[in-house]
Design a protein around this ligand. Structure first.
Ligand code: DGT
Ligand code: MG
Ligand code: MG
Ligand code: MG
Ligand code: MG
Length: 268
């Protein structure tokens, strides 16, 4: 086929193929959600509508795109892990990242009403994306540990901070002062001693974030079958279906990974 004289511009495209054998992680983060949360009156420190919408949008990403085996989200961010053997879009980083970001953003708007009801979406939200490659199972697990530890640190701080303000009557400046230099144990103690709150009893969604994985479920439906003697009979038919399941559990320890051995592929 004849080529136009303009074809040469294609050669300016750079190769951004992700290294083979590596897990490909795409992390999205809400653009300027400090303002977005304030304008949409998110409850502090956690807004379950917003967290639910983030999870629903991430679920849509997993269902619509190929080869994502696990996703983890907290606050205004979500990380998606493509299996290390994925060849989707020839492993081109820009293709994977932009598909994740656009599918997530459009879902966030599409499902807004399911979570916020009549409260209007005031302007179109955006999400940035980045791609990170992890060559070993340990590296990938440590990445997810890092995000869940971040969730824990921020949530413990925010829980004490807003309890001091909302229940303790402190100003935000006073609460900030009070928490300066405190360790995790001090924060737990403030909650327990002064407000009778056991941090471990706070919602798992807030303490642990959201982990999405694929799970096989047996689904039984009743089908009407014609028998050889032309009689009809209702018979149960069981099929195995794959669906995205949400967990709000610890993913730092070994338990979760032992219970879901299919998420990680062998290191060799
Ligand atoms: P960025 O990511 O650099 O464009 O800027 P931000 O403002 O998105 O900053 P980031 O991502 O470090 O922090 C997330 C912000 O989103 C933080 O200000 C708190 C807010 N946010 C996230 N989830 C909730 C929530 O459930 N409730 C409330 N009130 N705020 C939330
Ligand atoms: Mg953000
Ligand atoms: Mg963030
Ligand atoms: Mg096209
Ligand atoms: Mg389950």
């Amino acid at each position: 086929m004849a080529k136009s004289k303009f074809e040469y511009v294609r050669a300016f495209e750079t190769d951004d193929t992700c290294l083979r054998n590596c897990y490909i992680v795409v992390r999205l983060d809400g653009r300027n959600f400090h303002k977005f949360a304030a304008q949409h009156k998110f409850t502090k420190p956690n807004d379950d509508r917003a967290l639910g919408l983030m999870g629903r949008s991430a679920c849509s990403v997993m269902e619509e795109l190929e080869d994502i085996t696990i996703a983890y989200g907290q606050s205004d961010e979500f990380s998606f892990v493509f299996k290390r053997t994925s060849t989707w879009f020839k492993r081109r980083a820009s293709k994977l990242m932009t598909h994740v970001a656009s599918q997530f953003s459009s879902s966030f708007v599409f499902y807004w009403k399911e979570f916020f009801g009549e409260q209007p979406l005031l302007y179109p939200p955006g999400f940035d994306g980045r791609v990170i490659l992890y060559p070993s199972n340990r590296n990938l697990r440590d990445y997810l540990c890092w995000r869940q530890a971040d969730c824990h640190i921020n949530n413990l701080y925010n829980t004490v901070f807003w309890t001091l303000v909302q229940k303790g009557g402190l100003t935000t400046a006073q609460a900030e002062d009070r928490l300066k230099g405190t360790l995790a144990a001090d924060k737990n103690e403030i909650l327990f001693a002064e407000f009778d709150i056991n941090y471990n009893n706070e919602a798992a969604l807030h303490r642990k974030g959201t982990t999405l994985i694929w799970e096989k479920r047996d689904e039984t439906v009743t089908k009407c079958m014609k028998l050889l003697n032309k009689e009809e009979k209702d018979v149960p038919v069981t099929r195995s279906r794959r669906r995205v399941e949400a967990y709000h559990c610890d993913i730092i320890g070994d338990k979760f990974w032992e219970e879901h051995p299919d998420i990680l592929e062998d290191d060799n």
